[in-house]
Design a protein around this ligand. Structure first.
Ligand code: NAD
Length: 445
């Protein structure tokens, strides 16, 4: 039954005791995995008044937190340091701390294997670490993005190994993380939090915990629904980006400006939402999460054909970009082989320092394989390794003047793209950073 239709029951016994601790904020909150997702959540729970213990296998991160210094761009040290100084936030690599905790949020990575199968090893190892020290009266919430069924089919049996039963002595939920690093408007605190529990009591406890720290909590009827919500959101983005990338390739052939097409379509006040093409998908989520769904749906006998197709189209984009760079250079009587191409922006999206799955890696790799000399500039990324070659950030203006072609892969703010165009011989703009500008040496995706 959807929890919204389920009248909130009075929690009794172990659940009732835990509810009281969460209500009066004497519950000790644990966060396992202190990365882009875990650290902001740890800080929000600390600001809400909970004593927070962070657990991570990375000794460097643990030491940095205990020094009061943040390594996550969205968590200013000025916000975190007072929590550390007051003893409200501590970090450790020792899972024995689990025995002192009342709530635990798991925020460990969920990458794909080379075969595009889910890599559950981080979740399994975190749960095994937790299970060894788990005590009755603990709420465990998985936040890592994963396939539907993970919480009840994989996490639950590990946590129950010691004889504690979910819904009786321990409580289990899934709550997808929606954080968007670098987004100045929406951060952990004001992004609505979806929660599904293994039992209604589990969900009730998690709703209570999050409601203390976050602005809006959205309960759903099961852990599987909560898991699927996240996959729907990211699959929606991935497929729509695949669609506009395909449109960009068609428009390229037909000599139509795809950016103008999308902007004009976006004037329709209903039934259309703009997505923009680009050099390929990047980041920890959009290129990866939909394959969790296709993997699981294959087991249920359904081929996720939209996902496979969008994955194929998006995967072609770095090749398409390099072909277009070659064509642009050709128009200026310069072959790609032996040319100097300067990449502007290598992080996977604007104004962040995250390189995970960045399309810049593929574009640089393809350019090097084609015999080009590659340089790059990115104010957020001081060095970048391609084909075992370590590249260092260069001054964009000087490099633009020296290179045969400048390719804008990530359009960080605060860069004068017009000046880049003035200095450059050829610019290939994959992000419409030079919107509205017309020039014989400017080529757009
Ligand atoms: N980064 C995002 O924008 C984002 C957004 C929404 C959801 N997610 C999802 O959230 C999850 C975490 O992502 P992230 O970006 O925070 O990853 P991350 O790599 O930044 O952080 C994960 C942390 O977990 C630690 N870790 C790994 N194994 C561990 C273990 N066994 N025990 C304790 N700690 C361990 C790592 O050392 C690291 O500090 C992933 O499932 C991801 O898909 C990420």
């Amino acid at each position: 039954m959807p929890i919204a239709e389920n009248p909130v029951a009075e929690l009794t016994g172990v659940a009732g005791e835990l509810a009281a601790k969460i209500r009066n904020k004497t519950a000790r909150a644990g966060i396992v995995g202190l990365g882009y997702v875990g650290l902001p959540l740890a800080v929000e729970l600390g600001h809400a008044g909970f004593e927070v213990v962070g657990l991570d296998v990375h000794e460097g991160k643990v030491a940095e937190i205990n020094r009061g210094s943040s390594y996550i761009q969205d968590v200013p040290t000025s916000q975190m340091a007072p929590l550390v100084a007051s003893g409200k936030l501590t970090a450790t690599t020792d899972f024995a701390a689990v025995a002192t905790l009342d709530t635990i949020n798991i925020c460990v990575p969920t990458p794909l294997r080379k075969t595009k199968d889910p890599d559950m090893s981080y979740i399994v190892s975190a749960c095994e670490g937790i299970a060894k020290h788990l005590k009755a009266g603990t709420l465990v919430i998985l936040e890592s993005t994963t396939y539907p069924g993970t919480t009840d089919e994989l996490v639950r049996p590990i946590l129950e190994r010691g004889g504690l039963r979910v819904g009786h002595e321990i409580f289990l939920c899934f709550s997808p993380e929606r954080v968007d690093p670098g987004n100045p408007k929406f951060q952990t605190k004001n992004i609505p939090k979806v929660v599904g529990g293994s039992t209604p009591a589990c969900a009730q406890l998690a709703v209570m915990l999050y409601s203390n720290a976050l602005d809006h909590v959205v309960p759903v009827g099961s852990t599987q629904v909560a898991e699927m919500v996240k996959l729907l959101e990211n699959t929606f983005r991935m497929i729509n980006i695949g669609l506009v990338n395909e449109l960009a390739m068609m428009c390229g052939r037909m000599g139509i400006d795809v950016w103008e097409v999308i902007d004009a379509a976006a004037t329709k006040p209903f039934g259309f939402m703009p997505f923009y093409p680009g050099p390929g998908l990047g980041g920890h989520c959009i290129p990866i999460d939909p394959f969790y769904l296709s993997w699981k749906s294959k087991q249920a006998g359904i081929e996720a054909r939209f996902i496979e197709l969008a994955g194929y189209v998006n995967g072609q984009m770095p090749h398409f970009v390099v072909d277009r760079i070659a064509a642009a250079l050709n128009e200026h009587a310069k072959p790609l082989k032996g040319s100097h191409v300067h990449i502007m922006g290598v992080a996977y999206k604007r104004d962040i320092d995250d390189m995970r799955e960045s399309p810049a890696i593929d574009v640089a790799h393809l350019l090097m394989r084609a015999g080009s000399k590659v340089t790059y500039s990115d104010p957020f990324v001081p060095k970048f390794v391609v084909e075992s070659v370590e590249l260092l950030h260069q001054d964009p203006i000087t490099s633009a003047a020296e290179a045969d072609c400048v390719v804008v892969i990530t359009d960080h703010k605060g860069i004068d793209y017009r000046e880049i165009l003035d200095r450059a011989k050829v610019v290939f703009d994959t992000r419409n950073a030079l919107k509205g500008v017309k020039s014989e040496k400017l080529f757009r995706l």
